[in-house]
Design a protein. Structure first.
Length: 130
């Protein structure tokens, strides 16, 4: 299941967490603890613009997994995978459309989830297109 957050909230949460860690009193550590390190992998994708040709030549039900197949291993291997959706994917009931008033099929959201994205941002200059 993907978590949908606004980018600003996510960044602030990370900054708050990092700041809280610096406020903790320093404790003595053993040599083993000093040599240990931790890692965190992050993948970020931006401007996921859904123009009409992405879905125009497909028949329903839409199936978009093949679009993301080449990048799926990198996305799934990341501890946190983020995508700036840029355009709405509210489905046909809101009227599908490309430039300048975007709205893509809602099946795109399912494909993003199956690809492995954890966070999806929907805040952009196209938020109020539909």
């Amino acid at each position: 299941m993907a978590v949908f957050l606004v980018v600003g909230i996510a960044v602030n949460a990370i900054l708050i967490t990092n700041h809280a860690n610096t406020l903790r009193p320093k404790q003595e550590t053993t040599q083993t603890e000093k040599n240990e390190s931790s890692a965190f992998s992050f993948v970020g994708v931006g401007d996921h613009l859904i123009h009409e040709p992405v879905y125009y030549y497909q028949t329903q039900p839409y199936h978009f997994d093949s679009i993301y197949e080449a990048t799926k291993p990198a996305i799934q291997d990341a501890d946190l995978a983020f995508i700036n959706a840029e355009t709405l994917m509210a489905g046909e009931s809101f009227g599908l459309g490309g430039y300048p008033m975007f709205n893509g099929p809602k099946e795109l959201v399912d494909a993003l989830d199956r690809t492995g994205f954890d966070w999806l941002a929907l805040s952009s200059n196209h938020t109020l297109d539909r």
